[in-house]
Design a protein around this ligand. Structure first.
Ligand code: KG4
Ligand code: ZN
Length: 343
């Protein structure tokens, strides 16, 4: 019996990226488009929710049109529409659900509400179709730092999480202390490349604690004190100084994340580790995780770099995995701004 391929349109609008993608259940990703609002929010030092929603309204339909044009796919060939239902900013999510349901209604196709964190968690499947369950996943983004036991699609158990700031949030706040624009995570990691991590060693919070939790807000405070102490009139080369601080900060965060992943794998017995979310693009984190995974006979899986941060491809992928769950004529205002994974 031949299985008929189905085509899913994915729509991501949970925060400050407008993402769309087409995913074929047999051939995989057919194409994707992403518009980042980073420049729009940069001068405010963070995401302004009202501006985010207004910009999603402007960009979403032209992106869908552009995607259909580039992939030369007729809109009527779409079998299902997946959109990010939550968690995220209410206004931003409303744009995605309204457009998804309007398209579903006019095309007479079912619509699937996707959990944003589930999309991040399973995003390594975009480039590693052979990744097998069960695995342990580290979700490290601007809003979350969680270790999750993944038994299968829809089977998620929280093993540990941050007690205060998320790792990405700590990267962004520290980058701001070093004078970098928002969101500074990737820029800080670039700066760290030229720095000496051993010059100003910083604390590695909770690295030896007997659990799988994290805490990053104290580390940011330690950087603030260090910057205050060192940034006196005698500092001759502020660029080197900043690079050294960035390297030290990155070393502390990545060391703690790696150690906790290792502990989670040991406790769980899983042989595969998934790293997902924006901070998963950090090359130093990937280097440390791979090195450790090798020593314990485990393998680490990552999404492609371009799909670490928010995107439509991971949403379309979940839609393809849950194609039979789509509801035709679903509620156009069906969003869950606060939505713990597994609830
Ligand atoms: O997953 P994501 O796009 O959005 C959320 O759902 O939060 O993650 C964005 C976060 C930001 O905090 C950003 O600074 C961080 O990921 N990030 C990085 C890197 N690239 C993005 N942090 C460290 N190193 C990177 N290379
Ligand atoms: Zn995200």
């Amino acid at each position: 019996m031949t299985v008929k391929a189905k085509l899913v349109l994915g729509i991501e609008t949970s925060c400050d990226e407008t993402g769309v993608a087409l995913y074929d259940t047999i051939e995989g990703l057919k194409g994707h488009k992403l518009y980042s609002q980073v420049k729009l929010h940069a001068r405010y030092g963070g995401v302004v929710p009202e501006l985010a929603s207004r910009d999603h309204i402007k960009k979403l339909l032209p992106l869908v049109r552009g995607l259909l044009k580039d992939t030369k796919i007729d809109i009527n060939l779409i079998d299902s529409i997946a959109y990010t239902k939550g968690p995220g900013l209410s206004g931003a999510l409303l744009v995605g659900t309204t457009v998804a349901n309007a398209l579903g209604y006019s095309l007479k196709k079912p619509v699937i509400g996707v959990h944003h964190l589930e999309a991040h968690l399973l995003s390594p499947l975009l480039s590693n179709p052979n990744l097998k369950f069960p695995f342990v996943a580290l979700l490290v983004s601007g809003g979350h730092t969680q270790l999750i036991q993944v038994g299968g699609i829809g089977q998620y158990k929280l093993m540990g999480e941050t007690r205060d700031d998320a790792a990405g949030e700590a990267f962004d706040k520290t980058a701001k202390l070093l004078g970098l624009p928002y969101p500074g995570g990737a820029l800080l990691s670039e700066l760290a490349r030229d720095g000496d991590a051993s010059k100003y060693p910083l604390p590695k919070p909770m690295i030896n604690s007997d659990d799988l939790d994290f805490s990053f807000s104290g580390l940011k405070t330690a950087v603030a004190h260090l910057v205050q102490k060192l940034n006196g009139p005698k500092v001759r080369d502020p660029k080197t100084l900043k690079a050294d601080i960035a390297a030290s900060f990155q070393d502390s965060v990545t060391e703690v994340l790696t150690e906790k992943c290792y502990r989670a794998l040991r406790l769980d017995g899983a042989k595969s580790l998934v790293i997902a979310g924006g901070v998963g693009a950090n090359t130093e984190l990937r280097r440390k995780i791979n090195e450790k995974a090798n020593t314990i006979g485990c393998k680490a899986y990552y999404p492609p770099f371009e799909f670490c941060t928010d995107n439509g491809a991971m949403v379309a992928l979940i839609g393809a995995l849950k194609i039979n769950e789509g509801i035709y004529g679903a509620n156009p205002f069906d969003i869950k701004p606060r939505w713990p994974l597994g609830a």
